[in-house]
Design a protein around this ligand. Structure first.
Ligand SMILES: [Zn+2]
Length: 395
C-alpha cells in the first residue's frame, strides 16, 4: 500500500496511525511504556517537535536516556519517522488528523451494537440506523451553523465578527483559541527589505518566524505551518496582522471547507455575487495608485510622466466606454428589427399513429352525439392545432 500511494498520489504523504503506534509501543517496549518520562519524550517526538532538527535532538536524547540504541523496533520506527512525526509533515494538509479515526469510529459505532451472533439482516438494520443518526446530526449541525451565531467572550471586533460569520461553529472555536493565544504573544522585527518584513514571534518555549508582505495583497506565512497543515491562520500570523492594523482575515487564508458555505452550491453563489461586485477591483486599483504615488513622489519628472499618462489613459477609457455604449445600442436596434420582420406561423397539425384505432369511452360517445348538431360544420373543417380550446371531456 505504501509503495502504491507513493506512485499514485505523489503529492501526498502516507502516514501511520498514532493510535496503532502507541498500541505497538506497549507490546514492544513493555514496562518502559508506563514510564512517565519516556511517555512524555515519545509523545513529543510524535507531535511536539517544531522541525526536523528539533526531532533529531529529542529522539537522540530519548534513545540515550532509556538505553534503546539496540532496540530493533525503535530502529525501525526511526527509519519510518517521516510517516508518523508531525515535524516532517507540517507542509502537508491533514487537518491535524493523526489517527485513522474515521474508520475506527465506524467500527466502534457498529461494533458497539452488533454481536457475534448478529445475522446479516440485523446487521443491515444497525448499519442503516447508524447512518441515519449521523446524517441527522449533520443536518442539525448545518442548521445551527447557518442560523446561529456563535457566542464569544472576546469583544466583537471586525476580525472576530468576520470569523463568526464565515466559519462553522466548531471551526470558529478553534479560531478563537488561536486569537486568544495571539494576544499573549510577543514579537520583534528581525529584518526589513522594501515591503517585506520578517518577524520573530515568541509563543511559550518556542519561537517562530513570520514573514509579512502587504503591497498588492496581504501575504503572511509562519514557520509553524499551521495554515498549510490545518487550513487556518496561526496565532503568530494573527499577531502580525493585528500589528499592521489588518482587522480582516485575507480571503486567500479562508479555507472553503471550514466555512458555512462549504456546500458547493452555496459557495458558487457567493463567488458569483462577489465577481459581480466591482468593489475588490476598486480597492486593488486604489492601492496600486497609492503605491505608484509613493514611489514617484520625490521625482518631479516621474510625477509629470505619471500625470500625463493618467490623463491619456482616462481619455482612452472614456472613448472605449462610448464605443461600448454605441455598439450595445446598435446590437439592440438590430435585434428589434430582426424580431419585427419574423412572422410566426402556427405549426402543422400532427396526426399521431393509432389515433383512429383508439376505443372510445361511453362519455366520449355521448358527448360527441350532443355536440354533433352544434359543431358539425367545425368538425368537417378541422381547425388548426391550438386555435381552439379543446373540450376537456374528450381527453
Ligand atoms: Zn505560526
Amino acid at each position: 500500500m505504501s509503495k502504491a500511494i507513493e506512485k499514485v498520489f505523489p503529492q501526498t504523504r502516507h502516514r501511520l496511525c498514532i493510535w496503532h503506534l502507541h498500541q505497538n509501543a506497549q507490546s514492544h517496549l513493555g514496562k518502559l511504556k508506563s514510564d512517565k518520562t519516556f511517555y512524555d519524550a515519545f509523545q513529543r517526538c510524535i507531535t511536539g517537535c517544531i522541525d526536523s532538527y528539533d526531532f533529531e535532538e529529542c529522539w537522540k536524547a530519548m534513545v540515550e536516556n532509556h538505553n534503546l540504541q539496540n532496540n530493533s523496533w525503535i530502529q525501525r520506527l526511526y527509519e519510518l519517522r517521516e510517516k508518523w512525526s508531525n515535524a516532517f509533515n507540517k507542509e502537508y494538509f491533514s487537518t491535524g488528523i493523526l489517527s485513522s479515526q474515521r474508520s475506527e469510529s465506524i467500527n466502534h459505532a457498529l461494533g458497539f451494537k452488533a454481536k457475534k451472533t448478529t445475522n446479516l439482516t440485523e446487521f443491515y438494520g444497525l448499519f442503516k440506523q447508524t447512518i441515519e443518526r449521523w446524517r441527522s446530526n449533520e443536518l442539525s449541525d448545518e442548521f445551527q451553523c447557518i442560523r446561529g451565531q456563535p457566542t464569544t467572550a472576546l469583544p466583537m471586533t471586525r476580525i472576530i465578527e468576520q470569523a463568526s460569520k464565515v466559519y462553522t461553529l466548531t471551526v470558529f472555536k478553534d479560531f478563537e483559541k488561536q486569537f486568544m493565544r495571539c494576544l499573549a504573544g510577543s514579537f520583534s522585527l528581525l529584518s526589513e527589505e522594501y515591503d517585506f518584513k520578517l518577524y520573530q514571534v515568541k509563543d511559550g518555549q518556542h519561537t517562530y518566524q513570520v514573514s509579512f508582505y502587504n503591497v498588492m495583497s496581504t501575504l503572511v506565512s509562519c514557520t509553524c505551518n499551521l495554515f498549510e497543515e490545518c487550513g487556518m491562520l496561526c496565532s503568530h500570523c494573527l499577531r502580525i496582522l493585528l500589528t499592521h492594523l489588518i482587522d480582516k482575515i485575507p480571503d486567500c487564508y479562508i479555507n472553503k471547507r471550514w466555512t458555512k458555505l462549504a456546500k458547493q452550491a452555496l459557495w458558487d453563489k457567493n463567488v458569483e455575487q462577489q465577481s459581480k461586485s466591482t468593489q475588490p477591483w476598486r480597492h486593488q486599483f486604489v492601492k496600486n495608485c497609492l503605491n505608484l504615488a509613493l514611489q514617484v513622489q520625490d521625482n518631479e519628472n516621474a510625477r509629470r510622466l505619471v500625470e500625463d499618462g493618467l490623463e491619456s489613459i482616462r481619455l482612452a477609457a472614456l472613448q472605449e466606454m462610448k464605443n461600448t455604449i454605441s455598439e450595445t445600442n446598435e446590437a439592440q436596434d438590430l435585434e428589434t428589427c430582426s424580431e419585427s420582420s419574423i412572422s410566426v406561423k402556427d405549426p402543422k397539425k400532427s396526426v399521431t399513429k393509432g389515433r383512429k384505432q383508439r376505443i372510445k369511452g361511453h362519455l366520449e360517445k355521448n358527448t360527441k352525439k350532443k355536440r354533433k348538431s352544434v359543431d358539425e360544420s367545425n368538425l368537417q373543417k378541422p381547425n388548426e392545432f391550438g386555435s381552439k380550446t379543446p373540450n376537456q371531456h374528450l381527453f
